[in-house]
Every structure is written in C-alpha cells, then in structure tokens.
Design a protein around this ligand. Structure first.
Ligand SMILES: NC(=O)C1=CN([C@@H]2O[C@H](COP(=O)(O)OP(=O)(O)OC[C@H]3O[C@@H](n4cnc5c(N)ncnc54)[C@H](O)[C@@H]3O)[C@@H](O)[C@H]2O)C=CC1
Ligand SMILES: O=C(O)[C@H]1O[C@H](OP(=O)(O)OP(=O)(O)OC[C@H]2O[C@@H](n3ccc(=O)[nH]c3=O)[C@H](O)[C@@H]2O)[C@H](O)[C@@H](O)[C@@H]1O
Length: 439
C-alpha cells in the first residue's frame, strides 16, 4: 500500500519536501504552527521565493494530492511516515543549535500516534539528537514501539530546492531497524531506481554527514577567501588563482568563488552548532579550525566596508551608497545572516545614505532592516551614488550596462563584493572597479 506522508514544519525545507513528495506520487499533508503560512500554502501559494516551487505546489494542491493543516490530530491520524522539517536556528545565547522546535514537534505529535508509523527527522541537528528524540517518541506514543524514528538529513540548496530534491546527489538515512530502512527505501524508490545512491548508517553518522558536509563547504569558501586576503597583501588576483586551482580535479572549482563569504540560514549556524556540540563532548580541538573558518568569513564583511570607505574618500558622512543585492545569495529571498545587508547597515550606521535594491528580497529586508532605504530598480538605488556596491550576484546585476548606470551615479565607482562582474567592461565605461582579492 502506498504510504501517506506528512511534513511537520512547512518552511523552506518542509514546503519543498511536501511538494516534491507529492510529485513522486504520494498523498501529503503539511502541518505547521504558523497559521498564516498554512493559509497561504493551502491556497496554493508559496510564501517565499523559490524557483519552480510555486507551480509544483499549486498543481498538487489543486489536484488534491497535497494539503496543509494546523490540526496536528489530522496528521497524526493520517500519516504512515511523518517528516520533521522544523527549524534548528542558532540559540540566542551562544553557538549551540536551538532544538526546542524539534522537541516541541515530537512532544506534541507523539501522544497522538495510535498506530504504527515512522517519524523521520530531516532538520539539521547535532549527533545524538535523534537518539534523544527516539526515546521520547516511544515513551509517549500510545502505539509504543510500533512508532519508530529515523534520520534522513537534507542537502538541498535554496534557489535549486526542487531540482536538488528530485535529483539529489545521495540519500542518507540513519536507522535502527530493517523495517525503517525498508520503509525509506520504498518511499525513495523512484529516485533510487533513477540511480541516486542510498546510504544506510546509524543515527549519529547520518546526523554527522549533514554537519560535516556543510562544514566542508564553509571551509572551502573560507579557504579561497583566506587566499583573497593574501592576494590583497601581495597584489595577486584571487579569481585567476581560483581558476588555476580548479583545474586540479582533486580540488575542483565549485564553492571556490571568493567574495563577501557565506551567509544564510544554514552554513553559519551549522558550523557554530558543530563547534558548540564538539566542545560539549570534549572534542572541541577536532573542529577548532571552524572558528577560523567563521572568523575569515566575517572578516570579508569588514574588508568590504573598508573598500567602500576608501571609495568614499575615507568618510561615509554625507555620502550616498547604492547597494545591489540584499539576499544572502542570488535566486533566493532569504535574508537570514545576509552578508549584503550586514554590510549595507554597517555603512548606514557609519553615516552614509544607503539605498538597496534586490529583485526578490526587499520585503524581507525592509522588515529586518527598516532603517535602510529601498528602491525599486538597480538604477533608482544608484541614483546620485558616490559608490555602488555589488553584494549579491543576481543575473540582473551581471547584465547591467555600465555606460547607462554611469549616467545616473554621481561618481563612477563600484566595489564588486562577489567577483561576478567583468572588470574590463566596467573600467572601459569609465568606472573605478574594485573587488575583494583582486588588484
Ligand atoms: N533552508 C534550507 O535550504 C535547508 C534547511 N535545512 C534544515 O532544515 C531545517 C528547517 O530549515 P528551514 O526550512 O530553512 O526553516 P524555516 O524557518 O523556513 O521553517 C521552519 C518551520 O518550522 C515551523 N515550526 C516551528 N515549530 C514547529 C512545531 N512545533 N510544529 C510544526 N511546525 C513548527 C515554523 O513555523 C517554520 O515554518 C533546519 O534544521 C535547517 O538547518 C536543511 C537543508 C536545507
Ligand atoms: O544545510 C543547508 O541548508 C544547505 O546549506 C547550503 O545551501 P544554501 O545555504 O542554500 O546556499 P549555498 O549555495 O551553499 O550558499 C551559501 C552561501 O555561501 C556563499 N558562497 C557559495 C559558494 C561560493 O563559492 N562562495 C560563496 O561565497 C553564497 O553566496 C551563500 O551566501 C548547502 O549548499 C546545502 O547543501 C545545504 O543543504
């Protein structure tokens, strides 16, 4: 019999997972404590920007295959497999992951589970969390040991969430029984038969794969940004350096884009949670290097502010700064720990009049940073600017015509925080072009 699926927590990950599971042919119910989010999703609307997801979700909601509810009883009764996709943000009082949403979700769901089912964690957690949740689950579910836990970390990237879910590099599951393994093999059968590797591990290894993967990615970015610092000290060019490194297949070119560094709701908080958890275990030395990875990453934001200040002749007071980009990366409206907005706001606090434009992230940015000014186009943001800062590499910005933009600014000065513009093109149009890690 085809299992009925539920998804607990319908944010970026949960809404994507729900729609993609419907695409694989399952009946899916999404549950969230946020009523506004559920109302939007039930109306077939995705409350955040993610290419491809709106069409997919609307199609399956209209077909009755995918629905959303705020009634936890409904999902408890309906689900054969419950996917936990709630947030695990950084705790306000330190580096550790805040696991309260996950524990709340399990504590609320477990007492309602009266028949055999599998509860599958997808959120990113410190190793050991699944074991703790499994204990709570079987202790308070009326169906007892007929309710089992598994861990199935998620590796999707925002901006490519649908493609990454339907064509993942691998599926990793942490299980304690062949019954759980078989259930997950069967759910993901359409992907496995298309050749996606399916790796089975214990709970702790499955949890750790996710955190290790994000730590590696963050380290790769900070490595190239450390090289950018060296390039700045020697007059070398980090973009050319990265190109040459990338030709060694053992290194590879992906995640070697030097610039303003990583932000978002995942890499920064995941490496910090890893540090906190390893220290708690007495294994802090093993991941102490991640403190440097974090520090290198944050130094890029300071360097960007310095370069902007240089281009404002040493003082922000009374200067106009046009900022291109607010999202933590292109193809997303996510502004969680956005390097672009942190830089923009630092410069505003230092006395400049800062106007920001982003194709998708301005509504979110305006809520979090109400004191910044926002414009409805790149040209409007740069009008009268003493310097233009390119901070999120949307396609739209790469395609800008430097001659036309040059006509609206006060001075043709640009700092490319993402090494994504063509310096020759901008210089040929009379701009002073500066970038991170390049002469
Ligand atoms: N955003 C991404 O691209 C990816 C996220 N992850 C991980 O997935 C998890 C979720 O991340 P996002 O979706 O980005 O977070 P999010 O903040 O967008 O969504 C979390 C959702 O959980 C809901 N929630 C909180 N407590 C709840 C409860 N007790 N019951 C039901 N719903 C509840 C919230 O209302 C919210 O809608 C995190 O652990 C994250 O690290 C993993 C891979 C990719
Ligand atoms: O755990 C998660 O939530 C996800 O975190 C990242 O995905 P995401 O945060 O969506 O975005 P990335 O494409 O990884 O970019 C992260 C940040 O690194 C920056 N970056 C990326 C690549 C690069 O070469 N240089 C660089 O500065 C981006 O601008 C962005 O700010 C991982 O890539 C996903 O595999 C993972 O599932």
């Amino acid at each position: 019999m085809t299992p009925r699926l539920t998804v607990v927590g319908t944010g970026y990950l949960g809404a994507t997972h729900a729609a993609c599971m419907a695409e694989l042919g399952y009946d899916v119910i999404g549950f969230d404590v946020d009523e506004a989010k559920i109302a939007a999703l039930q109306a077939g609307k995705v409350p955040f920007y993610e290419p491809e997801l709106p069409e997919l979700l609307a199609r399956h909601v209209a077909a009755g295959r995918l629905s959303f509810t705020t009634d936890i009883q409904e999902i408890a009764e309906a689900g054969d497999i419950h996917f936990l996709c709630v947030g695990t943000p950084q705790r306000p009082d330190g580096y550790a992951a805040d696991l309260r949403y996950l524990f709340d979700a399990v504590d609320n769901l477990a007492p309602l589970l009266r028949r055999p089912c599998l509860v599958v964690g997808k959120s990113t957690v410190p190793a050991g969390t699944a074991a703790r949740l499994a204990e709570r689950l079987t202790a308070s579910a009326p169906a007892g040991t007929a309710v089992e836990l598994a861990w199935n970390p998620e590796f999707l990237r925002e901006g490519f969430a649908v493609a990454d879910t339907l064509h993942p590099d691998r599926i990793v599951v942490g299980v304690r029984s062949s019954r759980a393994e078989q259930a997950l093999r069967s759910v993901y059968a359409p992907l496995i038969s298309a050749g996606v590797p399916f790796l089975v591990a214990d709970f702790a290894t499955a949890e750790l794969v996710k955190v290790a993967a994000n730590s590696f990615l963050a380290t790769k970015i900070s490595f190239i940004n450390a090289m950018a610092e060296i390039c700045e000290a020697t007059g070398a060019d980090v973009v050319r350096l990265a190109e040459a490194l990338a030709l060694d297949p053992r290194i590879g070119g992906r995640f070697l884009q030097a610039g303003l560094g990583f932000g978002g709701g995942c890499l920064p908080k995941d490496i910090r949670a890893f540090i906190a958890w390893a220290e708690e275990l007495g294994a802090g030395d093993a991941v102490a290097f991640l403190r440097d990875v974090d520090a290198i990453n944050l130094r890029r934001r300071h360097r960007m502010v310095e370069l902007a200040k240089e281009q404002c002749d040493g003082a922000f007071d009374g200067k106009r700064v046009g900022v291109l980009g607010a999202a933590f990366k292109p193809n997303s409206d996510d502004i969680r720990d956005s390097p672009a907005l942190e830089v923009a706001d630092t410069i505003r606090r230092a006395g400049a009049a800062v106007t920001v434009y982003d194709p998708e992230a301005m509504p979110n940015a305006a809520v979090r940073y109400p004191e910044l000014s926002y414009a409805d186009s790149a040209f409007a943001a740069c009008e009268g600017a003493d310097v233009v800062l390119h901070l999120t590499e949307w396609r739209e910005f790469r395609d800008l015509d430097p001659v036309a933009l040059g006509a609206v600014v006060r001075r043709r000065r640009i700092v490319d925080g993402r090494n994504a513009l063509d310096p020759e093109r901008w210089r040929a149009a009379g701009w002073t072009y500066r970038a991170l890690g390049r002469p």
